[in-house]
Design a binder for this molecule. Sequence first.
Ligand SMILES: *Cc1c(COP(=O)(O)O)cnc(C)c1O
Length: 374
Amino acid sequence: MSRNSCNRIHIDSSALHNNYRLIQRCSGEKVPVMAMVKADAYGHGMLESARAFMRAGCRDFGVAELREAVLLRQAGIGGNIYVTLGLDTGEVEQVFRYDLIPVVYSHGLAAALSAKGLELGRKIDVHVKVDTGMGRLGLFPEDVYTFIDSLQSLKGIRPAGLMSHFPESDDQLAKSTESSFCKFKELCETLKSRFSLVCHIANSGAVLNFAHTCCDMVRAGIALYGYHPAGGDFSDRLATGRLEPAMSFISRVLQVKTFGPGKGISYGHSFRTEKETKIAVIPVGYEDGYSRLLSNRGEVLVGGRMANVRGRICMNMCMLDVTRVKGVTAGDEVVLLGRQGDLKITADDIADKIGTISYEILCMLGNNNSRYIR
Ligand SMILES: *Cc1c(COP(=O)(O)O)cnc(C)c1O
């Protein structure tokens, strides 16, 4: 479509840079911080975010799928790129062509990678995924020894890393982090006597809450985008500084009108005016990633004040109660995420209203709107 959307996502690249430096300090300057840039960098734009992290010293990037890794390379991103979900055996050639590091958890993929390596006269690093309690992807710890032994006969690949993932590291009090870490550490110690392995398990929550689990590398996502995985502002815990949300979401008022008492607003008339009510219509709906669950719940900033969403969120519009906001007119800025004057709305504020987490809000808003990075 030719017309620019009224809705804009702004990404503050200096916030990305500062958050990266902060997480690097938390994990220890010698421990590489892999920037997780999957899902278009949690809605922030994969290439632009990767470049911002690179300028902050990042040399390791994590994505979910091969397609994302190829895009990073084609855009000229150097360093190590890890494909954390593995890939189809039919795609292994691209791992060599783009010099990627695949995560493996099955003999089939390892064998296909090795065969291609032998055919090309090359040997490629792989990282082995173990499930130490996440209950998701990876080999069970007891199966890792035989798996790694079986890799030794595969001359086209080299086991270069061992990785796992924490299910509850966002919660300082959860018990599973220590038990997962114990299993992981035991595997690492045993296998490191035989192979030179980069061991990594810590995500943002672990870096912030369990710094002793940082091992040889950490994989940070949400913290780099300015949020604590448990929600809320835990920045006071970081002696070295404060995480800064990098994303804001801005729109404009389309029309302002005043309704008399007893009038229904939007589909289903789920909101009815009690008294004379000034309503602003904005071009933001669930199509733009502003969840319909925010109907009658959302809050936004307009004219330097908080205004409530009234009635149901439509596909590409919703209505705000601006009765108490002076002088609002068509064209005025509306901040749905970010700061206006002294007030701010975070992805945690939005997430809390609808029972989800900042991650999902960032992906939904970021990946459904035009983005501008500065
Ligand atoms: C997304 C992801 C991370 C980052 O998690 P955060 O909670 O965002 O820090 C780490 N490791 C893996 C394998 C991931 O997929």
